[in-house]
Design a protein around this ligand. Structure first.
Ligand SMILES: [Zn+2]
Length: 144
């Protein structure tokens, strides 16, 4: 029983987000459960991860906009070995293509697809971690 209690404490730990120069507004919006990413006012491209300028047209005229939450799975994997206390095995990691364009790495919560996950519609949700952190996650979208 002592060992189980130790595992419980360990699973409460979530790795803290790595905060770059441009990341704070994104993590604030995630805590508010309305994720915003930078969008280029010059060409309309969306940026992820956040940065100082548009990689498409090099403009520095960027604004923070809320994403739609729609996405499609571009890649996925299920890990059967535990690497971090907050992620007991087995757990999945997905790469999604947001409807706005950027690729984002996250996890699929809840039901998982039969067969290949690639191309499945997902929508953004938010996971409250035991230590208070809020992380962007995805769930299958009923529309397929
Ligand atoms: Zn641009």
């Amino acid at each position: 029983m002592r060992k189980d209690a130790a595992v419980s404490e360990a699973t409460a730990a979530t790795p803290a987000p790595v905060m770059g120069l441009y990341d704070a507004p994104m993590w604030t919006s995630i805590r508010e459960r309305r994720m915003r990413l930078q969008c280029c006012r010059a060409c309309g491209a969306w940026l992820y991860p956040p940065g100082p300028g548009c990689p498409a047209c090099r403009s520095a005229d960027l604004e923070w906009r809320e994403v739609s939450g729609g996405a499609r799975i571009a890649s996925w994997v299920v890990f059967h070995r535990q690497y971090l206390p907050a992620y007991p095995a087995p757990y999945n990691v997905i790469t999604v293509r947001l409807d706005e364009g950027p690729l984002m790495v996250s996890n699929l919560e809840g039901a998982v697809p039969d067969g290949s996950w690639i191309g499945r519609r997902v929508r953004l949700t938010y996971a409250a971690m035991p230590d208070g952190a809020v992380l962007p996650r995805f769930v299958l979208d009923g529309g397929g």
